[in-house]
Design a protein around this ligand. Structure first.
Ligand SMILES: CC(C)(COP(=O)(O)OP(=O)(O)OC[C@H]1O[C@@H](n2cnc3c(N)ncnc32)[C@H](O)[C@@H]1OP(=O)(O)O)[C@@H](O)C(=O)NCCC(=O)NCCS
Length: 208
């Protein structure tokens, strides 16, 4: 399947999803790439990474952009040359990009039970109390996505998920939550919306 769907997050923010069913050669033939992108692509070790990377370019082309409109800063954060904000995530057979007039960060993550093994390393375990195993996996995946998304907004070296980003208590059914970044003697607040996409969680965070 090519273009999968768009989610309108607010009046100036939309997320776009590609569900990859093409093989890597078909994707490669369908996109035009800058030399620097080609160099990165050729250095990727796994075909699945290559596919996710090319599917992002398919999404750009779907929206009238090309790889030539996208650049990366030294930390790896992507930027569009028309001044709009972009955030990128890929997970298994999905790639997604979010484009907005406002600063935001996104993350797409497949729900897997192994997240519960690493949960104590990145979230407050009291937030998983009194939930079924399925609900625990979903909530832990949301919290992971929240932290990745905030990390992508800040793009600063030294931010640790357990030490600096704190999720406030929330109900997964609500589809939204909030979190705080305590870093460099400052507290910054974020609002978050999240969605189920098949067996994935998609998270989009905005600075408050
Ligand atoms: C950079 C990072 C956020 C990427 O997240 P990921 O889940 O591995 O991968 P995703 O597919 O969701 O996102 C990858 C995209 O993020 C974007 N990205 C990379 N570095 C970025 C940065 N510094 N700021 C914003 N966006 C960034 C890129 O667009 C990248 O895709 P592309 O290079 O193909 O264009 C992640 O690897 C990372 O460094 N996280 C923070 C480190 C950390 O604290 N980890 C866990 C501690 S418990």
């Amino acid at each position: 399947m090519p273009f999968y769907k768009a989610i309108s997050i607010n009046e100036s923010t939309t997320a776009y999803f590609w569900k990859i069913s093409e093989d890597v050669t078909d994707l490669f033939r369908a996109v035009s790439l800058k030399d620097v992108t080609l160099f990165r692509y050729e250095g990727m070790k796994s075909e699945s990474h290559q596919k996710g990377f090319l599917a992002v370019r398919m999404l750009l082309q779907h929206l009238g952009y090309t790889d030539y409109d996208l650049s990366y800063d030294e930390q790896g954060k992507p930027h569009l040359n028309d001044g709009k904000h972009i955030s990128i995530s890929h997970s298994h057979e999905f790639s997604c990009i979010c484009i907005s007039d406002s600063l935001m960060g996104i993350d797409l993550e497949k729900c897997k039970d192994k997240i519960l093994r690493i949960a104590p390393r990145f979230l407050e375990m009291k937030h998983l109390e009194n939930l079924s195993d399925t609900e625990k996996i979903q909530k832990a995946t949301v919290i992971w996505g929240v932290k990745e998304s905030i990390f992508k907004i800040k793009n600063e070296v030294g931010i640790s998920f357990p030490e600096h980003i704190f999720e406030n208590e929330f109900d997964v059914a609500a589809g939204n939550c909030s979190a705080e970044l305590h870093f460099n003697n400052q507290i910054e607040k974020f609002t978050i919306q999240f969605y189920n996409i098949e067996e994935y969680i998609f998270v989009c965070a905005f600075p408050k």
